[in-house]
Design a protein around this ligand. Sequence first.
Ligand code: A3P
Length: 306
Amino acid sequence: TSEAMLDQLYRHDDQGWHAPKVNMVGAMVADSCFAARPSDIIVASLPKSGTTWIKALVFATVHRDEYRPADADDHPFHSVSPHECISFLEFRLYSGNRIPNLDKLPDPRLFATHVPFMALPRTIRTTSCKIVYVCRDPKDTLVSTWYFLNKFRARAGMDPLTVERAAELFCDGLSPFGPYWDHVLGYWRAHLAHPEKVLFFRYEEMQRDPAAHVRRLAEFVGLPFDVGEEEDGVVAAIVRMCSFEHMSGLKATKHGSMMTKDGPIANSLFYRRGVVGDWVNHLSPEVARRIDAITQARFMGSGLNV
Ligand code: A3P
């Protein structure tokens, strides 16, 4: 997205940042053409927060009887990326003027979104469908976004953004789904108010103990692992299958791509290093301090420590 476009998309006033067009997309999907079902499961995140990973975990967990993780050789991940297993509402399903017919999809329907909580389709907020949110350290999110954006800029023949400029845009809240801090706080407050509806995961904690997160996820969506599954090592098999090492090495990742309205996107673009704290290799101490200061000020009193 060019900077001029971003400037048009976002405006700032005394109330904070607003993303009118993104809100319009959310509202349009909500009111005229998307009706959430109580059984729907929605994966929500900011770009570059671990969306591909959480999509893989949700899909593998929900479909574990149909596609056994222990027989990972037959799993759909061998032919399609997690982004095709769980489609974004605002990119793939409602792209352009398309209104997809989602009624025939079997329960539980799995969707994803980057839209801020307050701009979600209304029925996602008002029905008892489940939202699984993942957030990541802002500095790692920024660095991952910077790499990703520059791949697109290179494809469009544009000069790369410097990391300093990318950091400025990030701190000013100029990113396609609004400021990092508002996005995270929106879902965090929804989680505090309705923990049975919004599950809140952090990328760093998932890295520390992925198995515990898979168990929590399964319970949250009403499909807890039974004793037999635990004895058979199903949780460990899901963790292994969805790991960065396994997913990034698959043929579907290395050579596959998915079609979008803007052309094909290589599946490999969604895998870079997959580690915690890579920001130290890219951000100056000054930029890191600026982001930490904003984070501290914005999250103060929220109970959220990223
Ligand atoms: P890095 O750029 O820091 O490596 P998203 O899926 O939201 O686009 O986020 C992409 C980031 O998640 C990238 O981070 C990518 O490497 C990392 N990632 C992708 N799959 C992963 C997995 N299975 N486990 C851990 N990290 C993963």
